[in-house]
Design a protein around this ligand. Sequence first.
Ligand code: AMP
Length: 112
Amino acid sequence: MDCLFCKIIAGDIPSAKVYEDEMVYAFRDIAPMAPVHVLIVPKCHMASVDEVNGDNSTYISRIFEVIPQIAAAADLKDGYRVVTNCGEHGCQSVKHLHFHLLGGKQLSEEMA
Ligand code: AMP
């Protein structure tokens, strides 16, 4: 499958890893939009939130279990934002589900 994030998970494309376990891989965004900008991805390919179902949702719950650890390791004690873009209107550019973890500064109140 020609998927950028599957290649990053496999180590075929380099990344700045910040966390890994059997279900989750997290790495620094190549074009950060905040002082801390980490991408958190499931190791099983799913294109977007649209493909989450009862067979793969344990990957999503695992992601949300480890987000506090990743945020603490990045010293985001004053808070952070978790965002996922889905589809064309959501401006999703990489078709492997990922959650943006943003922080390290006061973020905008605007969500859209
Ligand atoms: P989205 O627009 O929500 O699909 O987010 C995709 C994100 O992937 C963007 O923030 C990109 O900067 C980021 N990105 C693209 N290629 C890479 C890469 N090779 N390593 C790290 N981040 C990447």
